[in-house]
Design a protein around this ligand. Structure first.
Ligand SMILES: [Mg+2]
Length: 260
């Protein structure tokens, strides 16, 4: 018997939202957690939005959350860089995630770190080569995440991981990865929640970033079969995920049955 689950970490893309729309039943599941006072945080590798823009967006869709409940890769990166005393950086990001880095000097003149997220359609040979040159000139590489791909309306889409890997290959340097599945990311969120990791379950649609990462941090794991989840990718002999739900919509019923 696994330890009781008393709190949840929940991925956003592919679990609560798909292509800018709430997944059916997702709002009710979050309502349920709030009503029952079961602690939860939203852990996302999304690098296209600042925390405040994620918050506004989720609020507008009717998710009853607070901004403190959102822990994102750009936000975690800014905390991490501050803790290292870094002052100058350059950003390779799309969207308004740059807002998390307002306390840093953004420069292409010998930055201490370059921060790489999902640049999406902004990717060009020139900006990739600029990043390459900055690293060759001494900048360290901070990857907001190293996801291979994500699920978009028209199909799978290459994510930041491939770009980071290209830069690692060309420069023979390794990036420090800040988002899921990094242990550091989960441990910070665990401290915030204040529960022992074995009493927390991570709900996600990504076997590597969400499920394996959370398991390594000592948590229980729940895969949902929405978003980028692909059943054929479940390793046959693996004990992961600990639980498999068809969607987050099933969470209230499942939780009541097992833990209430
Ligand atoms: Mg996801």
């Amino acid at each position: 018997m696994l330890p009781p689950i008393k709190g949840f970490f929940i991925d956003i893309d592919g679990v609560l939202i798909l292509e800018k729309q709430p997944i059916p039943g997702a709002r009710d599941a979050i309502d349920f957690l709030k009503r029952e006072e079961i602690p939860f945080m939203l852990l996302t590798n999304t690098t296209r939005r600042s925390r405040s823009s994620l918050y506004t967006n989720l609020q507008r869709m009717g998710f009853p959350i607070t901004m403190d409940q959102i822990y994102s890769a750009p936000f975690a990166a800014s905390l991490w860089l501050k803790s290292k005393g870094v002052s100058s950086i350059h950003l390779y990001l799309r969207g308004d995630a740059y807002r998390e880095f307002s306390e840093f000097r953004i420069t292409t003149n010998k930055p201490e770190y370059i921060v790489i997220g999902d640049v999406g359609e902004d990717l060009t040979y020139d900006n990739l080569n600029q990043a390459f040159r900055l690293i060759m000139g001494g900048a360290k590489m901070l990857a907001l995440q190293k996801n291979r791909y994500w699920q978009r309306g028209d199909g799978l889409a290459i994510d930041a991981g491939g770009i980071v890997a290209a830069l690692e290959y060309a420069t023979r340097k390794r990036a420090y990865v800040i988002g899921k599945p990094s242990l550091n990311f989960f441990q910070h969120a665990i401290r915030q929640m204040g529960l022992p990791p074995e009493n927390i379950a991570m709900i996600g649609d990504d076997m590597e970033a969400d499920i394996k990462g959370a398991a390594r941090a000592g948590m229980q794991t729940i895969a949902v079969q929405t978003g980028k989840f692909q059943k054929k990718k479940l390793p046959r002999k693996s004990k992961l995920p600990h639980y498999l739900l068809s969607s987050i919509a099933d969470l209230p019923r499942w939780y009541r049955k097992n833990w209430m």
